[in-house]
Design a protein around this ligand. Sequence first.
Ligand code: 3BY
Ligand code: FES
Ligand code: FE
Length: 424
Amino acid sequence: MNQHDLLNIRHASLADAKTAMSDLLKSRPSHYSLEAPLYNDPHMFRIDMEEIFQKEWLFVGMTSEIPKKGDYFTVEIGQNPVLIVRDAEGKVNAFHNTCRHRGSVICSEHRGKVANLVCPYHQWTYDLKGNLLFAGTEMSKDFELKQHGLKSAHCKTAGGFIFVCLAKVAPDDGFDDYLATLEDYMEPYDVENTKLAVESTMYEKANWKLVLENNRECYHCSASHPELLNTLLEWDDTEDPRASQEFLDHYAEQSAQWDAEGIPHEHKSFGEVQRNRIVRMPLKKGTQVMTIDGSTASDKLLGRIKNRSLGSMRILHLPNSWNHMQSDHFIVFRVLPISAQETIVTTKWFVHKDAVEGVDYDPENLRKVWDATNEQDKVLGERNQMGINSIGYQPGPYSETYEFGVINFLNWYAHTMQKNLAGS
Ligand code: 3BY
Ligand code: FES
Ligand code: FE
């Protein structure tokens, strides 16, 4: 068998897997968990990467992580190393982190600062806009620097959030409307004047969709998250049918305060099937932020915020991020799949850029609640994966009241996958 035949077989099996994926999604009952291959099969995972992670807008990080010219961080989107760098004009650019000579990764550090981007292999040198400046003296006479600039990825920023998209043509689907609202809702926080205080990276032996599903419901919270529930209310929607009168009164009181202070809070959602949502919710009465006892995490409030009890603004971006923006710090979460049953969850805590570690904030205090919560969720996700791998697994029903967020997520996933498969 020659290489051509081998490639054909691989393509045929991928095409078969795409048909199977499409059939599984078409025939799925929408209020049930998915069939096992969608959570554990390597072919299905490859399709997730090609059709979702290589085609949709992804959250990668915050602009205040790279405040100055030449500051960069790197991220791996499946097998695609990507580089996010601030240029001399202050613009944030995303490039495929692969050299145009023989393909070496250019920046191998997770973050850093450079004057130019120099490939460590044979020192080809690019500027911060990806133009090739220097390729030694040994290339042929007709070699053109201009033809060998770094390949860029789509990159957009709003309200301090950085999104990238690896597709040739980035999907629209109301994304710019979402970015305009994000800019508006993030204005009080003045992200450019914040700094990364703590970062955690967690490796989870679970499919990325299980990580998202777990985050989209709080059915599991009372049994698993004692630290989080000191401050978090178990529902995160004003329309939640379970909301008690006590909650509604608390909400009315808080939202009147937000209105008086000009703090945006109304629930907004974007995308044909809800891809993004933004909503501000109160935290438990008498608490300020998500610390163990609900009191201050950092002495310096963010931006123009005056009220310590601002609740938390939750921002969802499918497929890979959820966030909690509070009065004195905010927390962003990023999900990146590694394989069918492995995922990396990165959590970052930001405080005011003038807040002094050990004086205005204690990093251990800042991170404690979500470190504990992430650890608990990791265990839940891994157990979920193990059970799904069993021949005894059969998709089970979601609760429409407790798990509507999971139903929404899978509706988005199924819709987006079908749309992208049809276009590919
Ligand atoms: O991100 C949150 O606030 C929570 C954690 C558990 C459920 N989810 C909506
Ligand atoms: Fe980058 Fe050779 S691979 S300079
Ligand atoms: Fe949880």
